[in-house]
Design a protein around this ligand. Sequence first.
Ligand SMILES: *Cc1c(COP(=O)(O)O)cnc(C)c1O
Length: 236
Amino acid sequence: MGEDSGIADRIRTVRARVAAAARDAGRSPADVAIVAVAKTHGAAAVEAALGAGQLVFGENRVQEAQAKYPSLRQRHPDLRLHLIGPLQSNKVKLALELFDVIHTLDRPKLAAALAGLRSSSPSLPALYVQVNTGLEPQKSGIAPADAVAFVRHCVDALGLPVVGLMCIPPVDVDPIPHFALLRELGRESGLGRLSMGMSDDFEAAVRLGATEVRVGSAIFGGRAGAQEAGPVPPAQ
Ligand SMILES: *Cc1c(COP(=O)(O)O)cnc(C)c1O
């Protein structure tokens, strides 16, 4: 109960901060969607957020989403689920059943796998191309220099529903140049949507044109950090 109202309060605070940053930049707050990143938090936390009118959620692992959302979706048909973590080629089919939006189209092989399922799947999720703006070897994503050509390939040659670009700037650096680069690449690609900004920097991202901010800990509280890349605790 106390935790539920904590989540609701934090959602209202994040909404107010997003709206203020949008107005600062001469944008309409309605043009920025908050994706509430619920990874590692159980279905009860998602329910609490739904109680505060939050309908859009993000998860970074396909299997965690599979365990958590089918029953939530039955109770809340308006819930929308975004995949914000890496998608292995052997999980593409399952991901298409679970997610409404995929933020992590990060390699040609995944684009080909999605295109291969286009005819058998009723409609593909909206897709964002992930750009590795920091050229970090351990991070997935298309290199900035290749991003525009990759988008063209996905849209023109493969017919994929690419709507925008996504980035995860390196930790411990100023994210602003990364957001600005993503915005410029979006412009060159002719794409209208930008998925950028997390708990620590979403206001800066909104000022630079984010249409989706992915906010986890500022809404749901901290995660057991070491577990993020490790095994997922069973959903309750
Ligand atoms: C976990 C995660 C987020 C949310 O991070 P917070 O700092 O908790 O807001 C956003 N984007 C991606 C890709 C993530 O994995």
